[in-house]
Every structure is written in structure tokens, then in C-alpha cells.
Design a protein around this ligand. Structure first.
Ligand SMILES: [Zn+2]
Length: 177
């Protein structure tokens, strides 16, 4: 059975009632809040979500989102490729109060009973939540490759001068001994 194209908007309650699926690629250009904090233009997020009702009758949307964004490393200020593989586990709720009663393994998705919501908004929220607070290269050597912690060349020249001076003195001191 061919996969239906990714809709722009869904009614999450209806999707859950129909055991619907949301699969496909969405251009990151559709996610302006994310694009405002990443360095690249373009890219896609691969969406694979399934909706339904669990054994307790809770309507859910679960699955994963995969993409890669370019962030700025907060240690060396160099570019940092950041793969995102986000496990989505949402239970639909009508109101904030319902969210407190959810089992711990669900995150609440506040959704109006009759309203449609943009798939891009849902996806964007999940990606933003998955971003690191302070992105940094995992290995400090990568930061050093971007210039982090490398001594200033003028400083190195300054440091070498005494040794140069010492070297020029040595033959004299040897001669005098
Ligand atoms: Zn770095």
C-alpha cells in the first residue's frame, strides 16, 4: 500500500482514532523557529510517526524524527554537526490538568478537540526540545582543530625569545669555562 503524502495539518484526535501514520520528509525551511538557531540553509527532517490508542485507551502519537542540524559549538565557536534522532512519545490531552495524570513515559500534547494542528509545529516543538542547551564538540580536540585553546602566535614568539637568548649565551659561557 503506498504511503500517503505527509499532510500539512492533522487533527491529532482523528489521527489517533484512525490508527493513522505520518511518514515522509519535511523541509526544515518549514520550521522557522528551528532555522533561526541553526547555521544551515535547507535540510530535511525524516518523520515516522504512528497514532492510535493504547491499552488504557489513551490516544497517542509515537515514533521518531531524524535530521541533522549545524549548530555553533559554545567552546570554540566553530561549526558543529548535530544529528538528531528524537524518540516521540506523545499522549493527547485536552487541558494542562490532564497532563499531570499521564503515565510517566508519555509527554503531553495539548490539542484542541476539534481543531487541526500543523504537522510542522508538532515536529518543530519536538526538535527544539531535543536540542542541547549548550552545544559543544564531544571531543575537545575538535575544538582545538577550530582554533580553541591554541596559543596566540605573538605569545609563542615571546615565549621562545628567552631560549633563543640562552642559546646565544651558551657558547660564550662554555668558552669562558
Ligand atoms: Zn568546539
Amino acid at each position: 500500500m503506498p504511503t500517503p503524502p505527509l499532510p500539512a495539518r492533522i487533527n491529532p484526535w482523528q489521527l489517533a482514532a484512525e490508527d493513522g501514520r505520518l511518514t515522509g520528509d519535511l523541509a526544515l525551511d518549514n520550521l522557522p523557529r528551528l532555522m533561526a538557531i541553526v547555521n544551515q540553509a535547507g535540510g530535511v527532517v525524516s518523520i515516522d510517526l504512528a497514532a492510535g490508542k493504547d491499552a488504557q485507551g489513551l490516544p497517542f502519537i509515537v515514533g521518531r524524527l531524524q535530521t541533522e542540524v549545524e549548530l555553533t559549538c559554545q567552546r570554540c565557536l566553530g561549526p558543529l554537526q548535530w544529528p538528531l534522532d528524537v524518540a516521540v512519545r506523545l499522549a493527547l490531552v485536552h487541558a494542562e490538568a490532564e497532563a499531570d495524570r499521564l503515565p510517566d513515559d508519555y509527554e503531553p500534547l495539548l490539542a484542541p478537540a476539534d481543531g487541526a494542528m500543523a504537522v510542522a509545529d508538532l515536529v518543530e516543538d519536538e526538535l527544539l526540545l531535543a536540542l542541547p542547551q549548550i552545544p559543544r564538540h564531544a571531543d575537545q580536540r575538535e575544538c582545538e582543530a577550530h582554533g580553541y585553546g591554541a596559543p596566540d602566535p605573538a605569545f609563542i614568539a615571546e615565549q621562545r625569545r628567552p631560549f633563543k637568548l640562552l642559546a646565544s649565551l651558551l657558547p660564550d659561557s662554555k668558552r669562558s669555562s
